[in-house]
Design a protein around this ligand. Structure first.
Ligand code: UDX
Ligand code: UDX
Length: 458
């Protein structure tokens, strides 16, 4: 069958893979190809075990793969065939030179832009899918048009707002799709082409357009606002612990104000994930570059509170367990940065594990999906760590359980049985407030939630 259009995505990661799988599912008239420089990733996308776990993803990939969805390492050939090229290569925080620890490292982006330029023989629409500093499109334009081979490139910004764990639902029915372009006739024409692709399944009123700089900035700002809400509620959780207020009750009262809304008000051990910290640091760096130090300090506070929350959690454990963790066995319930994913990037569990090991505690880590990644994250640590799939088995013989991830199964376990197998006094530190604290207390546990008075037997 001849396809109407050829769509390519460079970067087969958490963003590129699921996004393209959804386009392929919704648009059988387009040929969708995903390429990556990492052949192992591509092999996994072509196998029965996909490289990432996302509920519902397997079914969508298996339904479209080989029909109009293809995973390949032949990057140049795929560029030549494509009409529209999404770029979702990673943009990690820079680890060297100017802006180290803050700015986005754009080397993969630039390399990809040069590769597109060299391989292209026909006009292309280039879509920024990665989260990028505002004004990146300008640099892209300059790189793509730096040689006079006469090929026309139009650059669009189309940030991805999906969250892991709910990625398929988010892609299937997004709150909005944002498409930014140059406001020239060519820019507006290119934007129209991308609107047409999304209009295959997204209601037209949810597809919004803007100038390209607003679009680039909106992604950073959306993530900054979401993270700011978590840092706000987490900051208040520490005050609750001092005052016998209860963070769940406070969040309910605050969230019922329709101007504020009730989402993203769960106090926690701190936010993780590949985006929030990276994007805020990126925003902070941009503000500093433009001389806006007060604005930079304001947003930097969101990251500082998050670091404080993680450290506070560890210090609470230490204090509760008689100021020594040396030789104590602590079971971490969950290692993923949130439920329903195997992703552990920037997971607060990494920080907590390292700190507990520094205190010479022994760790037993359990997680339904993230044990392999946990092993990689902690490969360079010294100390005793066991990885155990079954949470009840993992907790046996431990002094404490610390909930790191809000996996639904943890709330359904038989804690009476678990209690019997643990050393006494037994402790639970619920970093996600998902367990029935009164019930745990009745069983005999000493219970330390986040932002609520502890329930202790001494
Ligand atoms: C990443 C960033 O986290 C996000 O902020 C950005 O918006 C998009 O890129 P994600 O998909 O989660 O999102 O990253 P990752 O899973 O690391 O995938 C990136 C892929 O790009 C990797 O598979 C990597 O091999 C590939 N890549 C990287 C290339 O194909 N070419 C390169 O030059 C560099
Ligand atoms: C986020 C954004 O939500 C998404 O729009 C963007 O495209 C990518 O970054 P993601 O990081 O996948 O998505 O997950 P998210 O649900 O936002 O959770 C981020 C972190 O915040 C997790 O560690 C989560 O546990 C934590 N969180 C979230 C809280 O601690 N409390 C809350 O109330 C909500």
């Amino acid at each position: 069958m001849a396809f109407e259009k050829s769509i390519l995505c460079i970067g087969a990661g958490y963003v590129g893979g699921p996004t393209m799988a959804m386009i392929a599912r919704k648009c059988p008239q387009y040929r969708v190809t995903v390429v990556d420089t990492n052949p192992k990733r591509i092999a996994a996308w072509n196998s029965d075990t996909l490289p990432i776990y996302e509920p519902g993803l397997d079914e969508i990939v298996k339904g479209a793969r080989g029909r109009n969805l293809f995973f390949s390492t032949r990057i140049d050939a795929a560029i030549q065939e494509a009409d529209v090229i999404f770029v979702s290569v990673n943009t990690p925080t820079k680890t060297f030179g100017a802006g180290a620890g803050m700015a986005a490292d754009l080397q993969y982006w630039e390399k990809t832009a040069r590769q597109i330029r060299e391989a292209s023989q026909s006009p292309k629409i280039i879509v920024e899918k990665s989260t990028l500093p505002v004004k990146t499109a300008l640099a892209m334009e300059r790189i793509l048009t730096a040689t006079a081979n006469g090929v026309r490139f139009d650059i669009l910004s189309n940030p991805e707002f999906m969250a892991e764990g709910t990625g398929i639902k988010d892609l299937e029915s997004p709150d909005r799709v944002l498409i930014g372009s140059r406001e020239t006739p060519d820019g507006i024409r290119a934007r129209g082409e991308l609107v047409k692709i999304y209009a295959n399944w997204v209601p037209r009123e949810r597809i919004i357009t803007s100038n390209i700089w607003s679009s680039e900035l909106s992604k950073l700002v959306s993530n900054a606002f979401l993270a700011q809400r978590i840092s706000s509620i987490n900051a208040i959780s520490s005050l609750c612990e001092k005052t016998e207020a209860n963070i769940t009750e406070v969040a309910r009262a605050v969230g019922m104000d329709s101007r504020l809304g009730d989402k993203f008000l769960n106090a926690s051990i701190g936010f993780g994930g590949s985006c929030f910290k990276k994007d805020i640091l990126n925003l902070v760096y941009l503000c500093r570059q433009y001389g806006l130090d007060e604005v930079a300090d304001y947003w930097d506070g969101v990251v500082r509170i998050n670091d404080y929350q993680k450290e506070r959690f560890v210090l609470n454990m230490l204090r509760a367990m008689f100021n020594t963790l040396a030789g104590k066995r602590i079971c971490l319930f969950g290692f993923a940065f949130k439920a329903n994913t195997g992703d552990t990037r920037e997971s607060p569990a990494i920080y907590v594990s390292r700190r507990l090991l520094e205190e010479r505690a022994e760790l037993v880590i359990t997680d339904p999906r993230a044990l392999a990644n946990a092993g990689v994250d902690l490969a360079d640590t010294k100390g005793e760590i066991a990885f155990v799939e079954d949470p009840c088995e993992a907790a046996a013989g431990c002094d404490a359980i610390a909930v790191m991830t809000e996996w639904g199964i943890y709330a359904t376990l038989d804690f009476k049985k678990i209690y019997e197998t643990m050393r006494k006094p037994a402790f639970i530190f619920d970093g996600r407030n998902i367990l029935d604290h009164q019930n745990l207390f009745r069983i005999g546990f000493n219970v330390f939630p986040v932002g609520k008075p502890p329930l202790t037997h001494f």
